[in-house]
Design a protein around this ligand. Structure first.
Ligand SMILES: NC(=O)c1ccc[n+]([C@@H]2O[C@H](COP(=O)([O-])OP(=O)(O)OC[C@H]3O[C@@H](n4cnc5c(N)ncnc54)[C@H](OP(=O)(O)O)[C@@H]3O)[C@@H](O)[C@H]2O)c1
Length: 281
C-alpha cells in the first residue's frame, strides 16, 4: 500500500475522506484540485498529499496528473458543474486513467444503480459507469444514497432541505439509507487495499437506515433541541437549485430503497450510525 493513488474531488467531502484514509493506510496520494492555494488544499498538503492542479473539464491536465498512478478515485459534482459536464468529466477521468494504465478505479457514484428513475444525477452516474466499464478499467462502484452531512453541512442548507423540503416531498416516515462521507472514504481505502475482493463490485452503501422523523428525533435527543427549520416553497427552492433534487425526493417518496447496512459494516465495522455521527458534531 505504498503505491500512488490519484484522488479527484480531494478538497471536497468524499475525495477528502478518501485521501485521508488512504494516507492513514500508507498509500501515496496525489490530490487533484483546481486551486492548490485554497485552505482545504493546504490542509491536505500538510497531511501528506501531493497537491496537483488539474481540471476534470480538461483532459490534457489529467494526463500528467495520472502518470505513474496505481489507482484513481473518481468523483464529480453535478451541483457544481451541471449534469452534462458531470458526464464529460467522469468520462475524461476514465479516458485519462485508461491511457495511464491505471490498475484500479474506484468510482464515487450515487443512487439506486439502475436507469429509469428520471433522477438526472443518478442517471448521469450510470452513463459514466458504463463508460468506465467500456474502457475495461478494473472498477469498483460505491453507491451511497444520502450523506449524513445533509443534516449539518451548510452547503446543503439543512434548515430548508433536510428539515423542511425532504420530509415534505419524501415523507417523514420513509426509511432512508444513510452514510457519512468519512465512512465512504474508509470503504474506498479498503477497496484499494483489497482489489481481489472489490474489483467488479458495485456496492450500495449505508451504515444506518432511518426515517427523516427518526433523524429529527435523534437530533433532538443529542442536542437537546429540534433542528432549525426554514420553510421555503418548492418552486423557490427549484429556482435556486433546479428540479433534479426535488425529482429525487419525489422519487424516494414513491419508491422504497432497501440497503442492508450489514454490507457496509462487513467492510468498515466502525461505520457510524446517525446517532453516533451526530454525537461527535
Ligand atoms: N449529498 C448527498 O447526500 C449525496 C449522496 C450520494 C452521492 N452524492 C454525490 O456526491 C457527489 C459530490 O461529492 P462531494 O459531496 O464529495 O462533492 P464536493 O464536496 O462538492 O467536492 C467536489 C470537489 O470536486 C472538485 N471539482 C469540482 N469541479 C472540478 C473540476 N472541473 N475539476 C477538478 N476538480 C473539480 C472541487 O475541488 P476544487 O474546488 O479544489 O477544484 C471540490 O472540492 C455528487 O456527484 C453527488 O451526486 C451526494
Amino acid at each position: 500500500m505504498d503505491e500512488l493513488v490519484v484522488v479527484t474531488g480531494a478538497t471536497g467531502r468524499q475525495g477528502g475522506a478518501v485521501a485521508r484514509h488512504l494516507l492513514a493506510a500508507g498509500w501515496r496520494v496525489r490530490a487533484l484540485t483546481r486551486d492548490p492555494d485554497s485552505a482545504s488544499a493546504r490542509r491536505l498538503a500538510a497531511a501528506g498529499a501531493e497537491m496537483v492542479r488539474a481540471d476534470m473539464a480538461d483532459i490534457a491536465s489529467l494526463r500528467p496528473a495520472f502518470a505513474g498512478a496505481h489507482g484513481v478515485f473518481s468523483v464529480q459534482n453535478p451541483m457544481i458543474s451541471g449534469l452534462d459536464a458531470e458526464v464529460r468529466q467522469g468520462r475524461a477521468v476514465g479516458d485519462a486513467a485508461a491511457e495511464a494504465g491505471v490498475r484500479h478505479v474506484v468510482y464515487g457514484s450515487a443512487g439506486v444503480g439502475r436507469s429509469g428513475t428520471g433522477v438526472g444525477q443518478w442517471e448521469s452516474k450510470l452513463v459514466v459507469r458504463d463508460h468506465l466499464e467500456s474502457l475495461g478499467l478494473p472498477l469498483t462502484v460505491l453507491r451511497p444514497t444520502a450523506f449524513m452531512e445533509l443534516m449539518t453541512d451548510k452547503d446543503f442548507y439543512p434548515p430548508v432541505s433536510m428539515w423542511h423540503l425532504m420530509p415534505k416531498l419524501i415523507g417523514g416516515d420513509r426509511p432512508l439509507p444513510w452514510l457519512c462521507a468519512d465512512d465512504l472514504g474508509a470503504v474506498a481505502a479498503r477497496a484499494f487495499a483489497e482489489p481481489e475482493r472489490f474489483v467488479g463490485a458495485d456496492l450500495a452503501l449505508a451504515s444506518d437506515v432511518r426515517t427523516l422523523d427518526e433523524c429529527r428525533e435523534l437530533w433532538r435527543e443529542v442536542f437537546g433541541r429540534p433542528p432549525r427549520r426554514f420553510p421555503m416553497p418548492v418552486w423557490l427552492f427549484e429556482r435556486f437549485t433546479g428540479k433534479d433534487l426535488t425529482a429525487m425526493w419525489r422519487w424516494l417518496h414513491e419508491n422504497p430503497v432497501e440497503i442492508d447496512p450489514a454490507v457496509t459494516r462487513s467492510i468498515v465495522p466502525t461505520a457510524r450510525t446517525v446517532r453516533e455521527w451526530l454525537s461527535v458534531r
